[in-house]
Design a protein around this ligand. Sequence first.
Ligand code: NAD
Ligand code: MLT
Length: 527
Amino acid sequence: MKVLATDNLSEKGIEVLRNAKGMEVDVKNKLSPEELLACIPDYHALVVRSATKVTAKVLEVAKKLKVVGRAGVGVDNIDVEAATAKGVVVMNTPGGNTITAAEHTISLMLALAKNVPQATASMRGGKWEKSKFLNVEVYDKVLGIVGLGRIGSEVAKRARGLAMRVIAYDPYISADAAASLGVELVDLPELFLRSDFITIHTPLTPETRNLIDKKAIASMKDGVRIINCARGGIVDEAALYEALKSRKVGGAALDVFEREPLTESPLVDLDNFICTPHLGAATEEAQENVAIAIAQQIVDYLTQGVIRNAVNAPSLEPELLKKLKPYLTLAEKLGRFESQLSEGRMEEIRIGYRGEIAGFDCAPLTVAVVKGVLDPILVGEEVNAVNALPWAKARGIRVVESKSTVEEDFASLITVGIKTDKGRSEVAGTLFSRQDPRVVWIDEFHLEAIPEGYLLVFSNLDVPGVIGRIGTLLGQNQVNIAGMQLGRERPGGRAVSVVNVDSPIPPEVMEEVRRLPNIVYAKLVKV
Ligand code: NAD
Ligand code: MLT
């Protein structure tokens, strides 16, 4: 496996990659877009920080690429949608730079309150302007945190240590979780109205773009101080400039900008504005943390299929992977099996988990079923854990999952049903001895078929001679039967059989099977 590391990834991360068996690592810092396009087709993995832009064009030519690792949190420099469509996992390292970013936020808040950068600049100019830099305490002031996630929470803890009153707005956090941090959860208008300091810690999304705009600023306290160490674009820089000039906003500190690197901006000329060049994760500790984490995640994915911190696929941690592995095989086989049995234009895939298996996180199994269903249909396309669900969605196929921990005939059972414009069908499977996949029902017929290799699946009227005739026909055509399972509703009723064969049955022989007397349907399935 060839890995390309860019953007001055910490040496500690490179070491992890180099020490992994079967991994060949190239370090190419400062690649131009053209150089990246030229070299990327050779690589199975790409590790970036924030400088390298992983565009749709890069992903298009990167035919071997399986994973893009971001040593950091924000994946704005990666076209995640294009990666997903190509089946490329995008992973980041949440948490690795949380402390550094929270400390940076607190530093900027205090520097802003105490005019530290301005006073330093003044003294550097040989001045002693004591009264000009009269400043404020943060003690007992209200800090409004927008986005109470990892960094927001750490900022809250530190602000509580400074005896600030902390309020927060985060629609995805419960009031109890906020209360445990000593934070009062409020809505956004209230946060704007009450805060002396406002700090942003959300991702940049369509919802948060320009969250701090002219209208929002107008609703804030006069003299409010604003800090943004999250992402450029959340604060409207033009509106901020006007508000700083008019002193509606008393001061602002930005670490992130609408355009980076920031080369010129009227903001930097204002005496109540301070800034840092995206330094929120720029400590040795954070860079080592994220480099080691992403390197290990990439090694685990390429060597064992472990998915950790993917932004476009369900997680599959080593422990869960160990437990689910045989079920993943079963789930994919059931999907492939049912896909080839169903007739008509697919509308819905219905997946049921019953018994013990329903107690686990079944998201990876659902993905495996959908992959299995789509694989025989999307010939020539690589369907995997990343793009299976988006492929289904793009084709208007609903995926419905249900769970019941009640055990019935089997300790664990997975059912896969497909609804098409021509009707519905369903199969179910389980593991024998916790590892051997078995199909245990096909529609209303119970059996114990081994889903392996080529299978002749046929339904017939349960009358003497049918199976003998099929055996003879296959024998005449040099198709060896490896095993057979039969399920019937009642003697003389309908039956379904699954015949394991050692080689594919030629289409003309399948036609002959279908023409035999008392055959309802016959399909050749490959799992
Ligand atoms: P996180 O996912 O742990 O937290 C983000 C929080 O924002 C979540 O709790 C989420 O519920 C909340 N949120 C989402 N949409 C929201 C909305 N519309 N309004 C209010 N809250 C909303 O992420 P994190 O690790 O805490 O990172 C936060 C931000 O900081 C990200 O943008 C990340 O890229 C950035 N970051 C910057 C630096 C830097 O160098 N300046 C370093 C690390 C992280
Ligand atoms: C992040 O998203 O992790 C930060 O912005 C830091 C970085 O860009 O490396």
